[in-house]
Design a binder for this molecule. Structure first.
Ligand code: PMP
Length: 388
């Protein structure tokens, strides 16, 4: 009789992997560690950023091949949510804004093709910034002048791969790549946008550490973002960075280890138990298998119950897995076949989901998280079966 919640993307699915790893990848912090505001004194560096964090970000992208990082600024944040606001602010403030009749600065429109990640709209509507404003669906945007398009690929909620749709002069793009990891989608090429956002929350499932990073091409934009980070929160928590660095390095090392005991980054793995002791099934194989199994079970359940449509995804060659693989999105984007209110039907089954209108589309649609715990996911399928 209890309500089960699949309306958030809380990545509990990865718990059993990390439970097995536990002490092999732990961070110890002494009372006197990490006391300064400052972590990196390199000229042009990010003053609050631990060098091992930046290094781990470079390493994991080099290993997975999902983003270009060479020659780019890596800017850590409190989750990619913080970096989204910081990037918007930095981009909008670089534009020459022309005063309108009221002598107020023109707000730069921010658009994203629907269905779009619900938090973009909610965050911007709540913030009421004076320099940018939420303008909804990118497909219907036809104003002249500067604008910012958010491209989420693979997309949350529908798992589709995306590219910018507006493509006008004066356009700036923020590419949200939270789900561009091999467990969710085949890695076909390193992403190479001016501003890219990633998050530990969806990469490895450590959402509670609140660590994200931006990869930024342009120096002026990067410096503005660092300045904003310094004004808003004087950087980010060093403990979180340290943990993220450890987790990312652990994952990357499991793939980069060479036969002679050396890691590709030149370090010797000999004698370092934390590096040596890797699980038999590596992280991306585990996470891909878990998601693929859930998708197979969900498709069978949806077919039996007959009430919903699910999107189809084509397999592609994954350069990281070195084989053709099927996308396993982090969310099931379910369309009610008959009737108008998918959320209401789910509420009757005491299943909490996120409804289409939050993503800019009709209430026939709901988004269901595929990342919940085994228990919740099993309950969800069981309750769906009562619709048969
Ligand atoms: N972007 C997308 C597309 C997301 O789905 C999420 C989390 N649901 C985020 C950004 C934010 O992630 P976090 O703040 O945990 O890094």
């Amino acid at each position: 009789d209890v309500v089960i919640s699949l309306d958030r993307g809380d990545p509990k699915i990865y718990y059993t992997f990390w439970k097995n790893v536990d002490d092999k990848c732990k961070v110890t912090i002494k009372a006197s560690d990490l006391m300064s505001y400052f972590a990196d004194f390199d000229e042009g560096g990010v003053f609050y950023q631990l060098p091992e964090f930046s290094e781990a970000v470079h390493q994991v992208h080099r290993v997975v091949g999902n983003a270009v990082t060479e020659g780019r600024y890596i800017i850590g944040g409190t989750g990619s949510s913080q970096l989204f606001s910081v990037a918007l602010c930095a981009l909008a403030s670089t534009v020459n804004v022309t005063p309108n009749n009221n002598m107020k600065k023109k707000q730069i429109p921010v658009v994203c093709a629907e269905p779009y990640y619900s938090c973009y709209e909610e965050a911007l509507e709540e913030e009421k910034s004076e320099i940018y404003k939420w303008q909804g669906d990118a497909n219907t945007f036809d104003e002249e002048g500067p604008y910012i398009e958010v491209v989420t690929t693979p997309n949350n909620p529908d798992g589709r791969l995306r590219e910018p749709v507006v493509k006008k002069e004066g356009g700036m793009v923020i590419c949200d790549l939270a789900y561009y990891w091999p467990q969710y989608t085949p890695i076909t090429a390193p992403a190479d946008y001016d501003v890219m956002l990633f998050t530990l929350s969806k990469a490895t499932g450590h959402a509670g550490s609140r660590v994200g990073w931006a990869i930024v091409k342009d120096k002026e934009i990067a410096l503005r973002m660092i300045k904003l980070m310094s004004l808003v929160t004087i950087g980010t928590c060093h403990e979180g960075q340290l943990r993220a660095a450890k987790i990312l390095e652990f994952v990357a090392n499991s793939y980069e280890r060479l036969a002679n005991g050396k890691l590709a980054n030149g370090k010797l793995s000999n004698g370092n138990p934390e590096v040596m002791e890797q699980p038999l099934e590596k992280f991306f194989e585990f996470s891909h298998r878990m998601l693929a199994e859930r998708w197979t079970r969900l498709r069978a359940a949806i077919k039996r119950c007959g009430a919903f449509n699910l999107p189809d995804y084509s397999p592609q060659y994954c350069k990281f897995m070195k084989k053709t693989s099927h996308p396993n999105p982090a969310y099931a984007w379910m369309e009610l076949k008959t009737g108008e209110d998918a959320e209401k039907l789910m509420n009757e089954l005491k299943i909490r989901t996120r409804a289409g209108p939050k993503f800019g589309v009709s209430s026939k649609y709901i988004r269901v998280s595929m990342l919940e715990s085994d228990d919740t996911f099993n309950q969800f399928l069981e309750r769906l079966s009562t619709l048969e």
